[in-house]
Design a protein around this ligand. Structure first.
Ligand SMILES: C[S@@+](CC[C@H](N)C(=O)[O-])C[C@H]1O[C@@H](n2cnc3c(N)ncnc32)[C@H](O)[C@@H]1O
Length: 232
């Protein structure tokens, strides 16, 4: 996907932003989608990630780039005992906090942070989900908290920092859509950084494939014992 296609998609995002705020119900969760917060009902990724999350049973989980908090709340609903929801976009943190309050007894810890910057060194997670910005924003201000570092730069920074917060059993889930351009594929970046990855979900929409990557620490096996995961 070239720059003009990125710009066309950004125009679509701005049109959605003009209709915010609005309320929705997904997966039994009552959510407010506040102004300039990524809509969890947009595109494939949030709902497909939510479906794939049901296969895992983490005790301690992190939703990186939480937006409305939808995936963090899904993790809490699925039984994770401790769920962190991180975003560097203040409207997303306010929206996640509001959505957690709307859905008792679910609980999430919402933290404003540039990726892992505000997370205590030494903390580790059994599962990290990151529905990352797919490509660099074509506008200076960005939209829904997604800025010029979308795509490959943010994926590289995320996977480099993540080394300090994972164990050999940690699972990281990241989506990718071919429309974003192969250079922005988290599976390719993960391989270059020495991670092990495999595709755990794939579907097609005309000529484009949409996938979800499961990424693990360098050298770990995809079927490794999930010690941090609660047995179901
Ligand atoms: C595609 S949205 C995903 C939102 C939500 N997880 C979902 O699936 O509905 C990407 C999110 O990443 C956040 N983000 C972008 N750069 C970030 C960074 N450096 N640190 C933390 N979050 C970031 C954006 O603010 C945005 O909320």
């Amino acid at each position: 996907m070239g720059l003009s296609e990125h710009a066309r998609r950004d125009d679509e995002l701005y049109a959605i932003r003009r209709r915010q705020p609005y309320g929705i119900e997904i997966d039994g969760l009552r959510l407010c989608v506040a102004e300039d917060v990524f809509p969890p009902d947009l595109g494939y990724s949030p709902r497909r990630l939510a479906a794939v999350l049901r296969r895992y049973t983490p005790r301690r989980a992190l939703d990186m780039g939480c937006g409305s908090g939808y995936l963090a709340l899904v993790l809490s609903k699925n039984g994770a005992r401790e769920v962190w929801a991180v975003d560097n976009h203040p409207p997303a943190i306010a929206c996640t906090t509001e959505n957690a309050a709307r859905n008792p007894p679910l609980r999430v810890r919402a933290v404003e942070s540039d990726l892992f910057a505000a997370i205590s060194p030494g903390a580790t997670f059994d599962l990290i989900v990151f529905n990352q910005p797919f490509y660099p924003s074509t506008t200076r201000r960005g939209v829904f908290g997604m800025k010029r570092d979308g795509g490959r730069p943010i994926i590289e920074r995320f996977l480099t920092q993540a080394r300090g917060f994972i164990t050999p059993e940690t699972v990281m889930l990241m989506p990718f859509s071919q429309v974003a351009g192969g250079e922005n594929d988290p599976g390719a970046v993960a391989a270059q950084l020495g991670y092990t990855s495999r595709i755990v979900h794939r579907e097609s929409d005309g000529p484009h494939a949409h996938v979800i990557h499961e990424i693990r620490a360098p050298g770990s096996r995809p079927d490794a014992d999930r010690r941090g995961h609660v047995l179901v």
